[in-house]
Ligand binder design. Sequence first.
Ligand code: ADP
Ligand code: ZN
Length: 720
Amino acid sequence: MYIGVLVELSNKNIDKIFTYSVPSNLKDKINIGIRVKVPFGRQTLEGFVLSFIDNVEIETKDILEVIDEEPILNEELLQLGKIMRDKTLATLISCYQVMLPKALKAKNGTVVNKKYDTFYKLGTIPEKLNDNAKKIISLFDKEDLVLKNEIEKISASTLKTLEKKGCLIKEKKEHYRTLLDVKLEPKKELTELQKKVVKEYLETDDSIYLLRGVTGSGKTEVYMEMIEDTLNKGKTAIVLVPEISLTPQTIKRFSKRFGSRIALLHSALSDGERYDEWRKINREEVDIVIGARSALFAPVKNLGLIVIDEEHSTSYKQDDQNPRYDGIEMAKERIKLNKGAKLVLGSATPTLDSYARALKKVYHLLEMPTRVNNKSLPKVKIVDMNEEIRTSKGHFSKVLISKIEEKIKNNEQIILLLNRRGYSSFVTCKNCGHAIKCPNCDITLTYHKTSNNLRCHYCGYAEKKVLECPECHEKSLNDLGVGTEKVEEELQKLIPNARILRMDFDTTSKKGMHEKMITEFGEHKYDILLGTQIVSKGLDFKDVTLVGVINADTSLNIPNFRSSEQTFSLLSQVAGRSGRSEKSGEVIIQTFNKDHYAIKYVKTHDYINFFNEEMNIRKRLGYPPYYYICYIRINSRNDKEGYKESLKIKKVLEKYLDKTVILGPSVSGVFKINNIYRYGITLKYKKQENLYEVLNKIIDVYKSNNLVTIDVNFNPIVFG
Ligand code: ADP
Ligand code: ZN
């Protein structure tokens, strides 16, 4: 028996399929989609079995070991991986690895020990039994299987005796942690608008739908109806949500409706827990999977529906490492592999790309322009901070402070957003202007007060905060910018009685903290939830009647053609957290750019006019959705060498890509990371048939270059 095994060679981004023979004692264990260990030169490598091979004329080596009892990649996922490779130009093995839970990744080969629980099942009960035994046996009446833990009060010896008599039968079952311990509840009666949208979905057989529903229009309820229909047809569903909106609230809503039919995949799980969930799916014990981006590759069979909530979220693009895939594009490919399957994209503020496709009828557009039961959208007030800074120095306008006080008095709650994108609290010298940078990266260090050190958000470098400037040796270092901690301090001084809950990367990094904070805020143990982007999505608190945005502009100032779109959508999303229940809501947005269209249209909740204005700009400047963009990054430890090769690559591109605009090479968004210098070339094109072919050739050339590597990113989020 001969098989084709995909292995990764050294760490030079090369993968290849090699033929191996299978010794007779392992023949029964070989399946397509399992991993095996193979000899390679003097090394032992792990690889995926991709094919059986009939005739082999070359000399082959035997495989050494079989790793998996059952395939970890099924036929469909094996095929999807190849499509991903073709679309991203990454290695095939990296595409397969990105589909698997960490505990299974071929490279690191960590083995997660399965855990077992002991259960007891009723056996045959003899007529004569003592009272104690009867009592114990009665515990097993209702449930067939009882966890040993639950009956631990019964002594081990008693259990053993009953087992010996045949009254109880001991069973071992694989241990799954129960993540969804929520009682089922009857579903809500849909509103007329929800009914209409669901009906249209059920009665049409398009493959891609875009559900544009304003915040609070009840999109989740609509998704659940769609999922139920899918399950009724005996099919399975995958629901993707951005990591940060994968809150206990969201999970609860789904589990109240579908209970243990759900598997959850998200980053708060340990590797082991995630592997538990993955195995449940692989064994077809669940038919709904909810998770962040990579849940897209859950090994469900007979897939009927993929829902991508908050489809505008950039988190669906894997942008910072290979394979740089777009989750929405891969979802489209996956439904193509499942006959009759549908994809539903949902958002209050769809990407320009998605809405433009919907207008062109490439997607079937479903719209919910009003909130559930015609609740009004919150009233938005824009505060001009140019005026405000004349009279006050802090981060809070007078009107925001007095509103916060008013709401606290009324026993209502407040969410405050500190827009941190492209922004951090870095340290500079007041005397010479020197900014403290990371020694490995071309980026300023960020001050973390809790640990009193300066950290690099790119490479993880950290140093203790010093008082003296390393340049001029004056003791005049100053931390600039705002961190959530500083804002919290300032706010607490302004409103001493406010109970403030700060939520950011620092305070939520400990396992379970995010969940705890959301629960406690929901129980009204705090008045104010202050945080970064983490507070903008998926939260639904009935007492929140005021949302304040401390600095709307920071995300406008990042040098990226999507900055207006991302600002509009962030502000709309966070505004949508206000007034979702009986009490009506208000929003206060502080800005230095009150007339900017991305801010102006948030005031009137006017997605359509924002869309039109932004589309005009994209058209004029030749950006998506009018043009495709591809970013090629050239990396080298040697600055000169990197630049030289960048120029060479540009020459080649110019020669072969006749219908493409080629920009650069220029230094990347961050020029140096981890001592690697980075240059970028940007391609803009509508149609360039030979693009992939040309790029593939260039990639191949650099595979054998020791000084320079290149990365290709189609439709990049960050140019860096
Ligand atoms: P969206 O995701 O569109 O922002 P949600 O699905 O979170 O909106 O719904 C907003 C609020 O309205 C939630 O509190 C939800 O429980 C409630 N809701 C949704 N649909 C209904 C309905 N048909 N009847 C009553 N309440 C509903
Ligand atoms: Zn660094």
